[in-house]
Design a protein. Structure first.
Length: 328
């Protein structure tokens, strides 16, 4: 029954929380009854090839799990929760903080008419949000109508399903929603970074210029943003391989710390020029802007360390010893 256990475990990973136990119990009983009926007809125990055929007729675990998901509008039952999560990550956790804490304050502090700068910032935020929502919607609509994983659904082998871990799936597996969100968010944020990256910002008579260190680190920054793709792919294809996922996360945090260290070593990150303003005022603005950037980089490094410590502990801790079987 090992293949049946592995099949049920794979189905369980895509089921809605709160219903997993009931659905798996019902599905497992149904599969075992089918196997018993076949054994009765054959007059002997079934072999591995026959169990494989029974499971293949049931369908790919992801498709079986999708049948139990609630129906949604717009994108579809399987992708809609991930669609909402990606929008929340990109718009609420990325665009809004950038405009509220970075773009807006700089625009208001460096122009003669702060009200106009505030209105322009809000307008830019609205347009950026609309553009981002449109891009994400188009991407998910394409994924819904032309699924890239159609062939794996048709050509799959139950013998290649991951083994049931020795710990409960809820404590080890990576949710499919998390994996897809990481893939989509990495693609969207990387695209926005490529499209909008620039080192000069003009606000009326004020020009803010990023120092050359930012341009020098363009490709390392992009690689860090793209690192969500392999991390999400590992989580999606091998949800039980959490150690590999934690290793990738730890490597990303390590590279991030290196980049932050290089930036901190630069000492200066922003330059401001404004011919119509007093030189002393400009110098003071440059000083405090760079101080704010320095504090932000230090905080970012601290968060990277805090985020990396649990991953390191998970990687190097001893494997748990108690058993878990979905069939029981």
């Amino acid at each position: 029954m090992e293949l049946v256990d592995r099949y049920l475990y794979a189905v369980r990973s895509g089921l809605p929380k709160g219903q997993q136990d009931d659905i798996i119990a019902e599905l497992g009983e149904d599969i075992r009854s089918e196997i018993e009926d076949l054994e009765t007809g054959l007059g002997r125990p079934v072999n591995e090839a026959e169990v494989v055929e029974i499971l293949k007729q049931r369908g790919h675990p992801a498709k079986v799990a999708g049948r139990y998901l609630p129906q949604q509008y717009l994108i579809g039952p399987a992708l809609y929760p991930i669609y909402r999560l990606v929008l929340k990550i990109v718009v609420l956790w990325a665009l809004v903080p950038v405009f509220v804490f970075v773009v807006g304050p700089i625009a208001i502090a460096t122009v003669v008419h702060p009200t106009r700068a505030l209105i322009k910032t809000l307008w830019d935020l609205a347009m950026s949000s609309v553009f981002t929502i449109g891009v994400v919607t188009v991407v998910f609509a394409i994924m819904e109508r032309y699924p890239v994983d159609a062939k794996p659904f048709e050509k799959w082998d139950p013998r290649k399903l991951p083994r049931v871990p020795k710990t409960p799936p809820d404590s080890r597996r990576t949710p499919r929603a998390t994996a897809i969100a990481e893939l989509a968010a990495s693609l969207v944020i990387s695209s926005l970074f490529v499209a909008w990256f620039r080192t000069t910002f003009d606000f009326a008579d004020v020009r803010i210029t990023l120092t050359p260190i930012w341009r020098s680190l363009y490709w390392p920054f992009l690689l860090v943003l793209l690192s969500g793709i392999p991390k999400g792919w590992v989580s999606l294809m091998w949800p039980e391989r959490t150690r590999l996922r934690f290793s990738i996360r730890l490597a990303i945090n390590a590279v991030t710390l290196v980049l932050v260290a290089v930036l901190l070593n630069a000492g200066s990150w922003v330059d401001i020029t404004a011919p119509g303003l007093p030189a002393a005022g400009i110098a003071e603005a440059v000083k405090w802007t760079n101080f704010g950037v320095k504090i932000s980089l230090i905080i970012f490094a601290v968060f990277a360390v805090i985020d990396g410590i649990p991953d390191a502990r998970r990687i190097f801790r001893k494997k748990p010893s108690w058993n878990y079987s979905i069939a029981t």
